[in-house]
Write a protein that binds this ligand. Structure first.
Ligand code: TGC
Ligand code: FAD
Length: 390
């Protein structure tokens, strides 16, 4: 049974509205009922559990902050964060699916698309009828996406797209892909590529030890004819995909708190039940130190996210502020997962508990959406004005 109890050491619930709590609790109940019972097996078998797609749509995880007129949930940024937190308490891979759909597919269509594109794609993406993926990373361009070589040429009545994207979440089953490619002048644009277009394939990447319940793959384009109406008209340049990443990174900063909470809660419970040397292991100072540091770090991460959420709601959050929260919180969650795993001794490596799965998942989360070191350099640039990337 899923015994999870969410820690709230600083009564942060008192700072949330009734609506926030209702949305959070609905997501929490859904994760308990529909994700926790199946997720371990899905991860062991390395299969994304497609059966949860309607549930994700129902809790508002697909486009939480996209206006209701386009099928989104029309919520604020704190609600979005709370939904991500609850989903990632279940599994980072499930949160990945929701992050990609919301912030990397729906967001660019909403922000950079025209009205026809919004009405054609957003309602179907919000309901989960269509699933999306986001193609930025290439085999030779990960941290440095500005160097991408995927390109398209104007052929009069259509564009001709060539190139390849790698490490793409949801790629093996996506119906649509928002793909970033350079035009003949070398300017980056977003194109909506649909499954079924000739020359477009999505091979799955196997052999992952992390994010096993999420499907990852490539996007390959060989002379794909993309209709001209599929180009996102309202923003171009590297700032366009980076703007989507701001929204996804914000969701991750909240999401990983969920994974950390689950590891902490499991270790705390275990420490009171597991007897060694005639005492619960939670009575030993070394184990208390781990738990006390975990709850301190979770509380700090919660406060960071809440304040960032307020800034986001007021449209005042900077990209560098988001980088700081993504970096700090993922690192916090990963360290907690490692400590919690040790606290369970041998049981810590068993699939009977969620900790090892969280720990392995978080190795992807610390790498994708900008690595730990890239985010540090973004902070470094912001505070010194000196750019380490140039
Ligand atoms: P740089 O010259 O600094 O910037 C180019 C243009 O972009 C603007 N900009 C931003 N705009 C919006 N949001 C941001 N966060 C922005 N950061 C920069 C910038 O002002 C500039 O605009 P303009 O008008 O002057 O042209 O770019 P750079 O080439 O030096 O690179 C900077 C760097 C390294 C920080 C950036 O490229 C970066 O963030 N790299 C990390 C790559 C990354 O995060 N990839 C993620 C791929 S998607 C993914 O991982 C999904 S996982 C999903 C899941 O499963 O959850
Ligand atoms: P590299 O860029 O080659 O980095 C290797 C190492 O070098 C890292 O430690 C990095 O921090 C360091 N490094 C690089 N540049 C510098 C520098 N200037 N200074 C100091 N150190 C540096 N991408 C998408 O587009 N869409 C997706 O849906 C998506 N999903 C993903 C899912 C998974 C499971 C994973 C693992 C990745 C996913 N990614 C996705 C790709 C992800 O964003 C990249 O892996 C990430 O941006 C890092 O790129 P890279 O793997 O090429 O590493």
């Amino acid at each position: 049974p899923d015994l999870f109890e969410a820690p709230d050491y600083y009564n942060i619930d008192d700072l949330l509205t009734e609506e926030h709590k209702l949305i959070r609790d609905a997501a929490r109940s859904w994760v308990k009922r529909d994700v926790s019972p199946i997720i371990e097996e899905a991860a062991q078998e390395a299969k994304f559990p497609k059966s949860i797609i309607p549930g994700l749509a129902e809790i508002g995880a697909f486009g939480p902050y996209i206006p209701e007129q386009y099928g989104g949930a029309g919520l604020d940024q704190i609600s979005y964060g709370l939904i991500m937190q609850e989903i990632e308490r279940g599994d980072s891979g499930v949160r990945s699916t929701a992050s990609v759909q919301s912030s990397l597919v729906m967001y660019p269509i909403w922000k950079y698309g025209n009205e026809e594109q919004r009405t054609k794609y957003l309602p179907k993406l919000a309901s989960g009828e269509w699933m999306g993926s986001f193609g930025l990373t290439e085999p030779d361009h990960g941290s440095n996406p500005g160097g991408m070589v995927t390109n398209f040429k104007d052929k009069g009545d259509h564009y001709l797209l060539n190139g390849a994207k790698m490490w793409i979440s949801n790629s093996p089953f996506c119906d649509v892909a928002v793909v970033w490619a350079k035009n003949e002048e070398g300017r980056i644009h977003g194109l909506i590529v649909e499954r079924g277009m000739e020359g477009f394939t999505t091979p799955e990447t196997h052999n992952k030890w992390s994010l096993r319940a999420s499907a990852t793959g490539e996007l390959i384009f060989q002379d794909v004819k993309v209709p001209k109406e599929n180009l996102l008209p309202n923003k171009s340049g590297l700032g366009a995909p980076l703007g989507c990443l701001d929204s996804a990174r914000y969701g991750i900063a909240w999401g990983v708190i969920g994974a950390a909470m689950d590891c902490y809660d499991t270790a705390l419970r275990y420490s009171k039940e597991r007897i060694q040397f005639g005492k619960p292991i939670g009575q030993f100072q070394l184990q208390q130190k781990k738990l006390a540091e975990m709850i301190t770090e979770i509380t700090k991460a919660q406060l960071l996210c809440l304040r960032l959420g307020q800034l986001k709601n007021e449209n005042k959050a900077t990209s560098a502020q988001i980088s700081m929260a993504k970096r700090n919180n993922v690192d916090m969650a990963l360290k907690i997962a490692r400590d919690a795993r040790q606290m369970l001794g041998g049981m810590g490596i068993s699939g009977e508990y969620s900790i090892m799965r969280h720990m392995m998942n978080l190795e992807s989360v610390v790498t994708y959406e900008g690595t730990h070191d890239i985010h540090l350099l973004i902070t470094g640039f912001d505070i010194t004005g000196l750019n380490a990337f140039k």
